[in-house]
Design a binder for this molecule. Structure first.
Ligand SMILES: Nc1ncnc2c1ncn2[C@@H]1O[C@H](COP(=O)(O)OP(=O)(O)O)[C@@H](O)[C@H]1O
Ligand SMILES: Cc1ncc(COP(=O)(O)OP(=O)(O)O)c(N)n1
Length: 275
């Protein structure tokens, strides 16, 4: 009997391969999980930022979901860029039928470049419809601020926000990512019971395009394998740390993470991947 685990990402694209569906599929592959993808928006973007966005018709997104779910049912699902309220409603309605499948919600709202990836009205919808369905929500600091409606600039505030996302907004667990905070790279995880800090050194590199997508995709892959949410997040942190440690100086702007970085662990960085 085949024991291959499968994961589905529902997200937008990055033709330069650093973020969105492309990053998710690379991470699934590296974690030995069969990757599938449903496209929400075709995004013309690169390491310099977003040039243009083409949202797919909701009916076509629904058709893609049907193609997947009637054929290869995923063991875990991740959502990234969901640009409009209509898309969000469709996806929430769909997920309500599949509550047993672990679901990682990366509430992508604004790219690090500052480009808006979601309609403002969708921000309320994500809280009301998708967060309560999520096994884990993985916001960065600015997404966390939108979810909880206040500034989040300290570890203590990250803890309070993670607790609120679980206890009040209804997610099963949350990991608030501290990639944009000063000091070490500290993420705060809460599971309704305990707070855990995931801590790594901070790399002084501009090449961090796609870090959030990569981190949540690894979490999704590990959930597909049946790992606990905390174990999945710990593995995601190890993977993303090495993906940034050896990140790639590609393009004219902020280069992408290195998905084979974890395989170089402990080796001298003789190819000069990062910086
Ligand atoms: N310069 C860095 N050095 C080490 N880890 C980082 C760095 N920047 C981000 N991270 C880590 O990458 C992951 C993604 O975080 P973040 O950059 O906050 O997300 P996003 O890409 O969604 O803005 C987190 O685990 C965070 O701690
Ligand atoms: C299509 C698409 N989805 C998500 C993002 C955001 O990527 P993220 O990993 O949060 O990191 P940055 O690229 O913003 O640094 C994106 N750019 N495109």
């Amino acid at each position: 009997m085949m024991n291959v685990k499968t994961a589905l990402t529902i997200a937008g694209t990055d033709p330069t391969g650093g973020a969105g569906i492309q990053a998710d599929l690379k991470a699934f592959q590296e974690r030995e999980v069969y990757g599938m993808s449903v496209l929400t928006s075709a995004v013309a973007q690169n390491t310099l930022g977003v040039q243009s966005i083409h949202n797919l018709p909701t009916a076509f997104i629904e058709q893609q979901l049907k193609s997947v779910f009637t054929d290869i049912k995923p063991h875990a699902i991740k959502t990234g860029m969901i640009a409009t309220i209509e898309m969000m409603e469709l996806i929430a309605d769909y997920f309500e039928q599949y509550r047993a499948i672990p679901y990682c919600l990366d509430p992508v709202m604004v790219a690090t470049s500052g480009d808006v990836l979601m309609e403002e009205a969708s921000q309320t919808m994500i809280k009301e419809r998708l967060v309560p369905l999520a096994t884990i929500v993985t916001p960065n600091l600015s997404e966390t601020e939108i979810l909880v409606g206040r500034k989040v600039t300290t570890i203590r505030a990250m803890e309070e926000a993670a607790i609120e996302i679980v206890n009040e907004l209804g997610a099963q667990t949350a990991v608030v990512k501290g990639g944009h905070l000063e000091g070490g790279a500290v993420d705060v995880f809460y599971d309704g019971n305990q707070i855990h800090h995931l801590i790594s050194e901070r790399f002084d590199t501009p090449h961090t395009h796609g870090t959030g997508c990569t981190f949540s995709a690894v979490i999704t892959a590990e959930l597909a394998k049946g790992k606990s949410v905390l174990e999945a997040v710990k593995r995601g942190k190890v993977y993303i740390t090495d993906a940034i440690r050896y990140s790639l100086k590609l393009g004219k702007g902020n280069g992408p993470t290195n998905h084979w970085g974890y395989r170089l662990k402990g080796l001298p960085n003789e190819r000069g991947y990062s910086k």
